[in-house]
Ligand binder design. Structure first.
Ligand code: CMC
Length: 392
């Protein structure tokens, strides 16, 4: 009983206090643990950012090396896991397989599932960071009909992920430093984004004392939708449709503005950012550089730039404060690297893993945490008498 406040989509409800990520949506500011995203993306490695998000402070050289070693030790998949992956359709959506695979880790490692045991949570953390990369690479290998390549953490996290994904049958792979750097940067840009849909999911599931594995698997599923992480795949599908349909950017934008068939400009708009998404600004620059480097000047990039140019000066978008978000240009980079569009959202999940883990741990350690259990405003029938089926 008592008054409840109706807030669909939680547009004005803070579900927790958090010291991890700061966003000022009006000014387009994003900071991890106080550090501006631009500086972190430029200067840190992905595992360094993972340590920062999870521990709260930048690791020193020794602590970072120890963390890398700890994660690296867990890169392999357990016996039987390859057969488990092989039992799922190779051409099924990789987000479905990724969520299932992460969920299944709890069945393989029952010794690290107690959410109240700090040492177990530490092990589960290292396992998730390491094995999500191995599993994501395996998803690509399965889709492309290739045998899996065993991990070798001594190559470094991102380089070895690329080697497992794109290496030859024996894992031979010549890492292009610019590509390793570009992917490192993209993963960092995705590493956390406070209480978004998937992170809130992770916290709500975790608030029931479910395992870290169960919680982040739920996060993967929340991320899969096109209004959230699935947008990166949807952007590419949209760009390709415009190209293959011979449509002009102008006529496509007219459809968006008329809300014809619910068409949205995918990769645009954000609940919190009412100015340019600072991640999108970094990605856009990176897209130009990487596509140039790979000699993959893409017609789709021109279509994307054309759409953005119209949007930034068109009343519909200006009035609603719709700007490109992180997903608008990422797909073009992933595509140039050799990923197929269905793999884009798993790459987002790989990048977001440190954030989900950090947020889950903050939730688990916060004495103010209560089980996530929103209320409702009931609008159904008032009391009425039941009639047996024979009388209906
Ligand atoms: N294209 C056209 N119109 C849009 C778009 C868009 N992409 N986004 C919002 N609008 C309009 C919407 O129709 C509404 O108009 P009106 O006031 O006339 O009803 C207004 O802008 C406000 O939109 P909303 O849906 O109420 O805003 P929201 O905060 O609930 O939704 C969003 C945020 C990200 C779901 C939405 O902008 C969207 O669907 N964008 C496209 C999908 C996308 O790119 N998602 C990635 C989000 S960022 C990274 C991530 O989370 O993965």
């Amino acid at each position: 009983t008592g008054l409840v406040t109706l807030d669909p989509g939680f547009t004005n409800t803070a579900s927790c206090e958090s010291a991890i990520t700061y966003i000022d949506g009006d000014q387009g500011i994003l900071r991890y643990r106080g550090y501006p995203i631009e500086q972190v993306a430029e200067g840190a490695s992905f595992l360094e950012v993972a340590a920062l998000l999870i521990d709260g402070e930048l690791p020193g050289a020794e602590a970072l090396a120890a963390f890398e070693e700890k994660v690296g030790k867990h890169a392999g998949l357990p016996d039987g896991f390859g057969a488990f992956l092989a039992a799922l359709p190779a051409d099924g959506h990789p987000m479905a397989t990724l969520a299932a695979a992460i969920n299944a880790l709890a069945a393989w490692y029952p010794e690290v599932v107690d959410p109240r045991d700090e040492a177990q949570v530490d092990s589960a953390t290292a396992m998730l960071l390491a094995k999500t990369a191995t599993i994501t690479a395996a998803l690509h290998r399965r889709r492309t009909g290739q045998d899996l390549v065993a991990p070798d953490a001594s190559n470094g996290y991102v380089a070895d992920f690329l080697r497992q994904t794109f290496g030859g049958p024996g894992g031979e792979y010549a890492a292009e430093p610019a590509i390793v750097d570009a992917l490192e940067k993209l993963l960092i840009l995705h590493a956390d984004h406070e209480q978004n849909c998937s992170t809130s999911t992770v916290r709500v599931v975790g608030s029931s004392n479910a395992t870290l594995f169960a919680s982040v698997a739920a996060g993967v599923n929340a991320l899969s939708g096109p209004a959230h992480g699935g947008a990166n795949e949807a952007v590419l599908v949209m760009l390709e449709k415009i190209r293959s349909g011979g449509e002009t950017v102008e006529t496509f934008m007219d459809k968006v503005k008329n809300k014809a068939d619910g068409v949205r400009l995918m990769g645009f708009g954000h609940r919190v950012y009412k100015s340019y998404d600072p991640r999108a600004a970094i990605v856009k620059k990176s897209a130009d550089e990487v596509l140039e480097k790979l000699g993959a000047k893409d017609e789709l990039l021109e279509i994307a730039q054309g759409l953005e140019q119209i949007a930034l000066s068109d009343d519909y978008f200006v009035e609603r404060k719709l700007y490109p978000n992180v997903d608008f240009y990422t797909g073009l980079i992933y595509k140039a690297m050799g990923f197929d569009p269905a793999m884009f959202t798993p790459l987002f999940a790989l990048g977001r893993m440190p954030g989900w883990i950090a947020q889950w741990r903050e939730m688990a350690n916060d004495p103010a945490t209560k089980i996530g259990r929103p209320r409702q405003v009931y609008t159904g029938a008032t009391e009425r008498a039941f009639t047996p089926v024979s009388q209906r």
